[in-house]
Design a protein around this ligand. Structure first.
Ligand code: SF4
Length: 247
């Protein structure tokens, strides 16, 4: 009996897991360049960078531009990003000669308001993030073998044990955290040394920038992500909550 395309895809992804097994531990000693080079060598056009266009994301894109023959970048466009963020995306597109894919939610803002009530982010931000970020990411990852993030271990407690190469056994996709071990100072030193563009909101006390509805400037002494989801305990949108297999 011949296999369906879906069965072939799943088998290919199972083989990818065996391919990853021997690199999970050694990758911890690789530089970001080495991690990204390995990712492209292994997955080719089936790996893409997911960027929210924070300073870390710009660093990852810039490094990948030097080691990947062809950049593939997407953004989870909630429709609620700051105008400054949309402008930065265009700057990055011009600088690297690429088109950043806008991955949209299945519900428009108006459809979401009709289905779940207006300003869902004030009543159930977890559901809002699930509709506008997590589900679109899962749809996108169904067509990839690996995705690259820009998370760093020191950003939040939830990210503290991020490994440079992980495997998501549910979605059967590799997660590449190329700068997991970088510090805040390393990111900004890199940005300044390479004269890279960044979101001007960072100069106005917004160290972490998400949707307009859920981001405020922080006060002196507050944690960098204190301005995200003000009024809620929430500090993560959920796209990095899935725990993978680690070496
Ligand atoms: S950050 Fe806020 S507006 Fe954006 S998807 Fe999450 S809850 Fe909705």
């Amino acid at each position: 009996m011949s296999e369906t395309t879906e069965q072939q895809k799943l088998k290919l992804r199972t083989d990818d897991w065996r391919l990853l097994d021997h690199v999970l531990a050694p990758a911890e000693n690789w530089t970001a360049e080495q991690v990204l080079h390995w990712a492209y060598e292994t997955f080719g056009q089936d790996v893409a960078i997911a960027s929210a266009f924070g300073p870390e994301g710009i660093v990852v894109i810039d490094i990948a531009a030097r080691v990947w023959p062809r950049l593939r970048v997407f953004v989870l466009d909630t429709s609620f990003l700051f105008p400054e963020t949309y402008r930065l995306i265009e700057q990055v597109e011009q600088r690297y000669g690429i088109e950043v894919e806008r991955v949209l939610p299945s519900l428009s803002p108006e459809e979401q308001a009709r289905t779940h009530g207006s300003e869902l982010w004030t009543s159930d931000p977890d559901l809002c993030c699930r509709i506008r970020k997590v589900e679109p990411l899962e749809r996108k990852l169904a067509h990839l073998k690996a995705w690259v993030t820009a998370i760093r271990r020191e950003q939040t407690s939830a990210r503290a044990d991020a490994r440079k190469v992980e495997w998501d056994p549910t979605l059967r996709v590799a997660k590449i955290n190329a700068i997991a071990d970088w510090t805040h100072d390393m990111v900004w030193s890199y940005l300044r040394a390479r004269n890279l563009p960044y979101n001007p909101l960072h100069d106005r006390n917004y160290p972490s920038v998400g949707c307009t509805h859920c981001t405020r400037a922080i006060q002196p002494g507050e944690a960098p992500r204190a301005g995200r989801w003000p009024g809620f305990e929430k500090r993560e949108c959920g796209i990095h909550s899935r725990r993978g297999e680690r070496g």
